[in-house]
Design a protein around this ligand. Structure first.
Ligand SMILES: [Zn+2]
Length: 253
C-alpha cells in the first residue's frame, strides 16, 4: 500500500476518456490517491470522483495559475457542503515562474485560502515556485497551518524553512530524472520522516516512462528511487511515507 498524495486523475480536462482505466490500474498497484483540485470546477470533480471511488480522497482549492479567473466562494461552498472525503485544501500557493496570474491576485488568493484551511482545520497541499520570499510572510501570518510542499525543487534554505514550520516534502517523478546535483543531494538527504510520495499525474512522468502520460500507479517508481538513494528497503519507504501522509491527512488506507 502506498499513497499518492498529489494527482489529478479526477480531472476531465486531463483524462478525458481513460480515467476509469487509470484508476483501476492504480488500485491494482495498491495505490491510495489524493485527488487535488486546481479550480472550482476541478475541485468539485475531485470530490465527486472521491465519493464514487474507493481509495480516493479529495483536496479542494484554486491553483495560483488560475487565480485571475476564479472565486474562493466556490471553494467555501464545497467545504460548507460537508463532504467527508475532503481531507485537504489544495493546491494553493504562489507561482512567479510562469506568473499566469498577477502576483497580487495570487497573494490575495493564497491568503483567503489559508483562512479557509484554518477555519475548517484542514491541511494544505502547497504549490510554490520561485516565490518563497513572498510565501513565508503570508504563511506566518496564520498559525497552526500544516501540510505538504508539493513537488519541492527549491533551495536548501527554503527546505529548512519549511521543515522548521513542520511542513513535509512531496517527492515525485522529478527525483528520477533531474540531472541537477543540488536537487539529487536534497532528495538523498531529506529524512524519510519528512517526506511523502506523489505523482502529480498526468504530469512529471518518472523514468522509465518519460514521454508517456503519468499515472498514480507509477508512484511505486518514486518509492523505489527513494529507497535506492537512501539505501533502505522499498517497503520501508512505503511504510514511512504512508505513516507521514496519514499524520497530515488522517487515515486513508
Ligand atoms: Zn498538481
Amino acid at each position: 500500500m502506498v499513497i499518492d498524495t498529489h494527482c489529478h486523475i479526477h480531472d476531465s480536462e486531463f483524462y478525458p476518456e481513460n480515467r476509469e482505466d487509470v484508476y483501476r490500474q492504480s488500485r491494482d498497484a495498491g495505490v491510495v490517491m489524493l485527488c487535488i483540485g486546481t479550480t472550482v470546477r476541478s475541485s468539485r470533480e475531485a470530490v465527486a470522483f472521491a465519493e464514487t471511488h474507493e481509495g480516493c480522497y479529495a483536496a479542494v482549492g484554486i491553483h495560483p495559475h488560475d487565480g485571475k479567473d476564479e472565486d474562493v466562494a466556490g471553494i467555501r461552498q464545497l467545504l460548507e457542503e460537508g463532504h467527508k472525503k475532503i481531507v485537504a485544501i489544495g493546491e494553493i500557493g504562489l507561482d512567479y515562474f510562469y506568473e499566469h496570474s498577477p502576483r497580487d491576485v495570487q497573494r490575495q488568493l493564497l491568503h483567503d485560502q489559508l483562512a479557509l484551511a484554518q477555519e475548517f482545520n484542514l491541511p494544505v497541499s502547497f504549490h510554490v515556485r520561485d516565490a518563497y520570499d513572498d510565501f513565508w510572510p503570508i504563511f506566518d501570518s496564520f498559525s497552526g497551518i500544516r501540510g505538504i510542499m508539493h513537488s519541492f525543487t527549491d533551495t536548501q534554505h527554503n527546505l529548512e524553512q519549511g521543515l522548521k514550520r513542520g511542513l513535509l516534502v512531496g517527492i515525485n517523478g522529478i527525483s528520477t530524472f533531474t540531472k541537477e546535483e543540488s536537487q539529487q543531494r536534497l532528495y538523498t538527504e531529506v529524512p524519510l520522516e519528512k517526506i511523502v510520495l506523489e505523482t502529480d499525474a498526468p504530469f512529471l512522468t518518472p523514468k522509465p516512462f518519460r514521454g508517456k502520460m503519468n499515472l498514480p500507479a507509477y508512484v511505486g517508481l518514486v518509492a523505489r528511487h527513494q529507497a535506492a538513494l537512501k539505501g533502505v528497503r522499498v517497503e520501508d519507504v512505503e511504510q514511512a511515507t504512508t505513516d507521514n501522509a496519514e499524520r497530515v491527512f488522517g487515515k486513508m488506507t
